[in-house]
Design a protein around this ligand. Structure first.
Ligand SMILES: *[C@@H]1O[C@H](CO)[C@@H](O)[C@H](O)[C@H]1NC(C)=O
Length: 336
């Protein structure tokens, strides 16, 4: 009996030593989580269906769940948290809503709403100085954009004659709140999907050599590493969520702002809804068919789990990486 215990202990030690591991921290019934914002190594927030928001202030050990009053039927696909007291959540449509809490999630103030027919918000992105942007599916031409300059307390619709229109059947996936990313001070980049999958940069669309041409295919998420002296690196992931084990044209990367796109030597192992830089070289990507990591800027990907997750985010200030997905599952990625 004792020898069995010793052997089991050894095997366990070997498994732990073999690399990145995920540790599931929380499960919450029917809630589908797609919004996540990790403030630091202690504070993280998630959001999802049934008006659900959850928060940890102890690095993921315990989670406090909230159901936003009056919004019990809404799907909060994205969240941006500034600290343990303040956060902004986005309900997709129709109508679309943005709400903000100033008291740690106990109550929420409606700060933006739009009941335009067909409105569907996809993702928000914020800069450190309180500027922020929310993007939604195209309504009669260009994509929908609204902006804030006060950490999401007030918002204004933004329209521009310069912004080139989307094409028929081209939209954005609200799968992880990461199809818009900041590129530099006050500039953001967006990826679309569906019948067309492209990248919007300087208000112009650029082709992407990623799978597209159906309602369920295209780019889902974009990650950008733009910290000199390293060369800027952009990684786009997606695929076809109806065929989530296929790796066909599901990931591309570019070192020159999209002039040339490259395919990884070993792509992620299936459809992926979110990609995130951890360092200049390390990335994590997740989707319904599993989690992959890269240690070379997105050129080679290794499957570390076949568990389904929708979103993976790193702490804005700190090292922690969390994942969240269906059935209210929240996990932490340990990267030794
Ligand atoms: C799923 O992907 C594979 C390639 O990995 C492809 O051969 C197949 O046609 C795809 N199926 C559908 C239904 O798109």
């Amino acid at each position: 009996m004792r020898s069995i215990i010793v052997i089991t202990g050894l095997l366990f030690a070997f498994t732990l030593a073999s690399g990145q591991q995920i540790q599931v921290l929380e499960k919450k019934g029917m809630v589908s989580l797609r919004g996540m914002s990790v403030v630091d190594d202690q504070v993280a927030w998630v959001s999802g269906t049934h008006g659900a928001v959850a928060k940890t202030t102890d690095g993921g050990k315990t989670w406090k769940w909230f159901q936003v009053k009056g919004f019990e039927k809404n799907d909060f696909r994205d969240i941006e948290a500034f600290d343990e007291k303040t956060a902004v959540i986005m309900a997709v449509g129709e109508p679309a809503y943005i709400l903000k809490t100033f008291n740690g999630g106990e109550s929420w103030k409606l700060v933006y709403s739009d009941s335009t027919k067909g409105i569907f918000l996809d993702a928000m992105e914020f800069w450190d100085n309180g500027n922020g942007i929310v993007v939604g599916d195209p309504v009669d031409g260009p994509i929908y954009v609204a902006r804030t300059d006060d950490y999401g307390t007030s918002w204004e619709r933004y329209t521009s004659k310069k912004m080139s229109p989307a094409e028929k059947g081209e939209a954005m996936f609200a799968s992880s709140g990461t199809n818009i990313r900041k590129l530099s001070n006050l500039e953001a980049v967006v990826v679309s999907g569906g019948m067309r999958s492209r990248l919007l940069i300087h208000e112009k669309w650029m082709e992407l050599p990623i799978i597209q041409g159906s309602e369920t295919s295209g780019a889902n998420s974009l990650a950008i590493w733009n910290v000199p002296p390293r060369k800027l690196n952009m990684v786009v992931v997606g695929g076809d969520f109806k065929n989530d084990s296929s790796s066909t044209k599901n990931c591309i990367w570019s070192n020159d702002l999209g002039k040339r796109w490259n395919s990884p030597a070993v792509p992620p192992h299936g459809y992926r809804s979110c990609v995130e830089f951890i360092t200049a070289d390390r990335l994590v990507t997740c989707g319904t068919s599993g989690i992959d990591v890269s240690e070379d800027g997105g050129k080679n990907w290794r499957l570390i789990s076949t568990e389904s997750f929708h979103v993976c985010r790193k702490a804005k200030s700190g090292r922690s990486v969390f994942l969240a997905g269906a059935n209210g599952r929240i996990a932490k990625l340990d990267w030794p």
